[in-house]
Design a protein around this ligand. Sequence first.
Ligand code: CP
Length: 307
Amino acid sequence: MTNVRHLLSLRDLSVAEVTDIARRGTEIAADPGVCGTPLRGRIVGVYFRVTSTRTRTAFSTAAMRLGAQVMPYGPADLQLNTGETVADTARVLSGMLDGLVARTAGPFDELRTLAGQKDMAVVNAMNEDEHPTQALADLTTLLTRFPSLDGVRVLYVGEGNNTAVALARSLPLFRGAELELRTPPGYGLDPAVLAEARGLAEAHGSRVVERHDMHGLPARVDAVYTTRWQTTGTSKADPEWREVFSLFTVDTDLMGRYPDAVFLHDLPAHRGDEVTAEVLDGPSSIAFEQAQNKLHSAMAVLEWCLS
Ligand code: CP
């Protein structure tokens, strides 16, 4: 096979491609049989170097539902552990696999090296810098609730982590969309990513704001989004970090400001940290629909990469 498409960063996708993948996710959510089995006869490697419940299961199940077979690799399985280079690994795997869904928890270099060939599609299932397939599932989830992503207003509360980066690289692509980030001081978006998001906002007629407090919150939002405080595969150097984060819990007081808003969480959640149980398990929460949409979105991603 040649000319597969990689999905490493949302920076690499056009507005039309992001929109098409998100919309396809909604079509699959409405009718999981709509795809058929276009990947029959294909083999997809699923390589997770750090823990995952949703993404690994979503992509494995998605590949099987689309007719592919799955080759799973855990953190200790590949000879990368014994010093084989990433380039050699890519050369070997691309001669056998049609796709590789990889959660590396490392920087982009490794994924870009894995993707330095045209025979095996590489999907970033989260690295330290970005979680692109999470944002695609999030956009699908928003599209199941709102007719368009144009004009959608999201209040993101929590660390400027790889999920926030993916939102900052996708939501501002939509005209009139608003992404307001409230991140603890010292734990915001990388300034380069924020500048990039503001550039997208300027180009597409949307708005991106980041503040490091919980004062002066927007009057109206459509969705409140949070993520766990300890992003998978990371730890915090400052032993007092919880003090800084404690003002950024999403609770019923915060949700009460926005009675019509939905609550989103990429999960896994720590009830009592980034969100209270009342909110996560309450009527505004669509976090578990969002988790299920990871499957629908993973099917849309694999179809886009491999069909
Ligand atoms: N949201 C998310 O990526 O979940 P997992 O870490 O369980 O895959």
